[in-house]
Design a protein around this ligand. Sequence first.
Ligand code: PGA
Length: 679
Amino acid sequence: MQTIKYIAMGVVRLVLGLTFLFSGVVKLIDPHGTQYKIEDYGSAFGLSAFLPDGLPLALACALAMMEFQLGIYLLLGIRRRLASTVTVIFLMVMTPLTLYLALRNPVTDCGCFGDALVLTNWQTFLKNIVLLACACLALRYYRWMPRLVTRKNQWTVALYSFAFSALFAGYNLWQLPLIDFRPYHIGADIRQAWYDDQQGSGQFQTTFIMEKDGVQQEFTLEDYPDSTWTFVDTRTVESEPAKHTGVGELIIQDASGDDITEAILADEGYTFLLVAPYLEKADDGVMGEVLALYDHCMEAGYAFYCLTASGDEAIRDWKEMTGAEYPFCTADAIVLKTMIRSNPGLMLLHDGRVVAKWPASSFPWPPQLEQQMEQEVSSVEERIAGILCWYILPMMLFLLIDAVSLAISKLKIKHTHTQTPIKTTKNMRKKIVAGNWKMNKTLQEGVALATELKDMMAAEKPNCEVIIGTPFIHLATLSELLKDSVIAVSAENCANKESGAYTGEVSAAMVKSTGAEYVILGHSERREYYHETPEILKEKVDLALANGLKVIFCIGESLAEREANQQEAVCKAELEGSVFHLSAEQWKNIVIAYEPIWAIGTGKTATAEQAEEIHAYIRRCVADVYGAQVADETSILYGGSCKASNAPELFGKPDIDGGLIGGASLKAPDFKGIIDAWK
Ligand code: PGA
């Protein structure tokens, strides 16, 4: 069952991780493409006025980087809960939006995979439904997605991925998209594509149906049979459907409004196209290069046109500002933006084929022009290999080092275990019964209860250590009251900050100053109602130990997690998250309390067998980190509806060393009944 769950969650993580990674990478390659899509959405929803210049591009980069990060986090199991929560929220927003797109069609292509993979709106909606289902599973069972990088190195991977995605987007904006997914990519025969689109021609194949001796058979021209066969009919099928590249949408008009598209595409030799969708927004820092280039082209006999979607006024302004003498032609802005992701950008055609493209940031200078015109451009495969080298190879190396160092440290621990004979037994471990008053008892009631308990313990010495965990207001008084008794005092919490402006908080140092010896940390009520995360608890544990307190650290699973048989994974994760970073020396001051959340205050106790099973597992986890000897000396308490009636059976189990008692610690006779279970 466990294996099936791991496999299922492996598939879920792959589907989600790879989809987000792909989607992020194609957007990082072409941030302008996503920017235009966001602008399309803006105008389809009448929001253009709220999208100031620069915002769509910033949103495009942020979206691409977020998707890339999410993909990496999901694939490698980094911050699994956070990553799956963000994924669920993201898809909860996108899925209804794509349903609306599918129903109303305000934008024909949602743009989720840029120009690399164009889906219809319905396909996108279905894709999102599948992803949303996977994301919900990932969130529900995030613990079943194993981490592929250790917790301590997660931040390195996350930061590296963040830096890479930012630099990669920046590179693609500064230069042109590293991989050009559009029909005007280098190498594309746009003359041919334009003609094909105009004619809408596909490939057809005709077969001949012939008959001989009452049997009919189909033949092609190549295997046409001899005259013993009689012709019956022909059949023509479209063997290859017409490919619509979109180049057919290119219509170039000269200054007098004549369509000169065909003439430009039919030009033999070299043709330079200065493509500036909007002259009024074009980068005018390249004026010098353009003029020099134009003069050079005239001398060398190359055709040169400027294509723009701007009106006469903008063209006039540009001419005045730059002294441009080259011919201006107009074309549709969307087509121009598809041709080159730079304003202006330079495209070189040779016999109707795109042979080079330059962004405004690196226009060629005439002396090197011919050399650059002839330059071989690297293939798509080479460019993909480049990305792999810059990101994946260092990452793989890092993951490998991480995995090897983890394996070595595990081996070391195993080695220590085999070297260290187990000396202690349950009888030698400290047995503890600890009360947890929670938010009960006024100061006077608390003093009365503690006095009653003190008298009882004085009359009959307990066979275990007795602790009472009380609200902060009792600590000083009870520590004083119980100073000469066998009962130790514990706080129920302490701050995760040392001192300072944290109104309402009580620091570990303050707790210690009351005379209290212990502090209960990680209780499920604090995790749930006060959102104490493993990181916060880790800080609290560190401060408590640093201030000389001993810690009763609580762990335990919810009912849903128990039903999903995740109790072991949950407990292990909680230990790893907050206490397994401690040194063996510090560990001596840790007591573990296993408290299944479903048993706390509910009257439902875990059976003694259930409790023993998980206690033994917890001890094994401790042994894996600190060795068998330390594990055998660690007291592990059970908590959750523990009472005088069930305590003897629970405490009789080999790995249960006492209890953390809530409700039954509020009355002295009940609490005493549990303490007596050790007799
Ligand atoms: P309970 O509480 O004994 O009332 O179930 C135990 C605890 O929360 O520590």
